[in-house]
Structure formats: structure tokens, C-alpha cells
Design a protein around this ligand. Structure first.
Ligand code: GSH
Length: 262
């Protein structure tokens, strides 16, 4: 694996991953790469230093969010799409079942990760990591940053964390989503057996584990292990997988030691 410090935006052959250390969506993609044994160039970005708003990155990912994978010069974006691309492009452990009905169930679980599970964690994550960075800026510097954010939705998030933060109603909704996430994954783990799909370890498992990890870290009071026995056993099995451990607690880039991870 090769690294870059500071971020190198130049083209490189093979797989280049632009990612965030703490980013749940990046963790998902790192797990997929590591499960398949794909060698990649790591380009860790400092989101709190707004490196992902650099015009050279926006040229790769027009939404200005991580992760983005570049394969032989071709950008692939959206973590759920990227993990499917990795599974289809590279040999090694198959991460999707053959049976179309099982694939459909897997995609429902991936969709859940992208919606309910993602919505459950992003506000508390932003208040923990992004708010301090945004609040350190002068009003001129903040205006400059906001002008670089390519989408209205993200501009609003940055403006919110720079000022009053999210409302109590929003935070309560996130807590409800956390409970729903834990309960749903617990049920899936109970039905699935060893992994979430009875058929095999799949993209469903690796798509959900970063969000479960984040809930355990952000809201331990909501995540009593005894309340979710199947989820807890599944989570322990996930952490026993070398690829999952390497990806969640990623250290294989010199920048990793300088960035926060939760
Ligand atoms: N739907 C996107 C979501 C990506 C996303 O929200 N990335 C976050 C980190 S997990 C990010 O880049 N945040 C920085 C920002 O929005 O400025 C995906 O799954 O790839």
C-alpha cells in the first residue's frame, strides 16, 4: 500500500481510495477492499480541515463527500455502489449471494444502512468532530468554506454545526433511529445465524458494522449488549475478522495517527 502526505490528487494506476478515517461510509469500503485482498493507494482526507472541498477532489466526487474510489482513472462514488463494484470487479471472497432473492434481501439491508442507520449517527458524529472545526473559523473563513460546499444539503449541515447545532427534536429522532438500527440488526442477526443472511457473509454485514460500531461509541447508554444478544454475538464475530478490524481501526496510512477515529 502506498500513501500520500499531504493529499495527492494526481492520477495513479489501480485502485485509489479517497476516504476519511472516522467516516462510516469509508469504513464500509475499506472492509470490502480488505476482505477481497485488493491492494490500494490510500489517500486519507482530513474532513475537519475541509480537504474534501478542494476543487481537485470535487472533480473526482461532485458531491464533495467521502469516500470515492478511482479505478484506473475512473471515479466510482457512493459507498453502497462502491462495495458492489469491488465485489464484481475483483476475485477473491464472493460478498454477494448467487440467489436473486437472497441478493434482494441483502440490498434491503444495504439500503437500511444508507438511510436509517446513516441518519441515526451523522448528527452526533458531526457535533463531536465537525462542530469544533467549524466553530474555530472566523465568520469570513466560514463563509469561504460554505461557498466551497457543492450541495445545499451539506452547506446547511456545516452552517448548522458552526452555529446553534441540531435541534432537540432532530437529536431525539436520531436516538429513535439508533434504537431502530440496533433492534433491526439484532433481528436480522437472530434470523441469519452466523451472518445477517443465512446464505453467507455478505455486503450486508460489512455495510452495517460501521454504524453499529458508531452507535456503541456515541451512545453506549442506548446500546446495552444484553438487550441485543444476537447483535452482540454478530458484532463480536465481525470484530474477529481480520479485514473488519484492519478497516475499522485503520492505521496503514501515515496520516491515520494524526486524525480522530470513533
Ligand atoms: N451517501 C454517501 C454519504 C457520504 C457521506 O456522508 N460522507 C461523509 C463522511 S461519512 C462526509 O464526507 N462528510 C463530510 C461533509 O459532508 O462535508 C455515501 O454512502 O458514500
Amino acid at each position: 500500500m502506498t500513501n500520500s502526505n499531504p493529499v495527492d490528487f494526481s492520477q495513479a494506476p489501480g485502485v485509489v481510495l479517497y476516504h476519511g478515517l472516522a467516516s462510516t461510509c469509508s469504513k464500509k469500503v475499506r472492509i470490502a477492499l480488505m476482505e477481497k485482498g485488493v491492494d490500494f493507494t490510500s489517500r486519507l482526507m482530513d474532513l475537519q480541515a475541509f480537504e474534501h472541498l478542494d476543487p481537485r477532489y470535487i472533480a473526482i466526487h461532485p458531491g464533495g463527500v467521502v469516500p470515492a474510489l478511482v479505478y484506473d482513472g475512473h471515479p466510482v462514488i457512493e459507498s453502497s455502489v462502491i462495495v458492489e463494484f469491488i465485489d464484481e470487479q475483483f476475485p477473491g471472497l464472493p460478498l454477494s449471494p448467487e440467489d436473486p432473492l437472497a441478493r434482494a434481501r441483502m440490498r434491503v439491508m444495504k439500503r437500511f444502512a444508507d438511510t436509517v442507520a446513516y441518519d441515526s449517527v451523522y448528527m452526533l458524529t458531526w457535533m463531536r468532530l465537525s462542530a469544533p472545526a467549524a466553530r474555530r473559523l472566523s465568520s469570513e473563513a466560514l463563509a469561504e468554506v460554505l461557498a466551497k460546499v457543492p450541495t445545499g444539503e451539506r452547506r446547511e449541515r456545516w452552517a448548522t454545526v458552526a452555529t446553534e447545532g441540531f435541534t432537540d427534536a432532530q437529536i431525539n429522532k436520531a436516538a429513535d433511529d439508533m434504537r431502530t438500527t440496533l433492534k433491526t440488526v439484532d433481528e436480522w442477526a437472530a434470523e441469519g445465524g452466523e451472518w445477517l443472511l443465512p446464505e453467507q457473509y455478505s455486503l450486508a454485514d460489512l455495510s452495517l458494522v460501521p454504524f453499529v460500531q458508531r452507535i456503541f461509541n456515541l451512545a453506549p447508554e442506548l446500546a446495552q449488549h444484553s438487550a441485543y444478544p444476537a447483535l452482540s454475538a454478530w458484532y463480536a464475530r465481525m470484530l474477529d475478522r481480520p479485514a473488519v478490524k484492519r478497516a475499522l481501526f485503520f492505521t496503514e496510512d501515515p496520516r491515520a495517527s494524526e486524525l480522530p477515529n470513533i
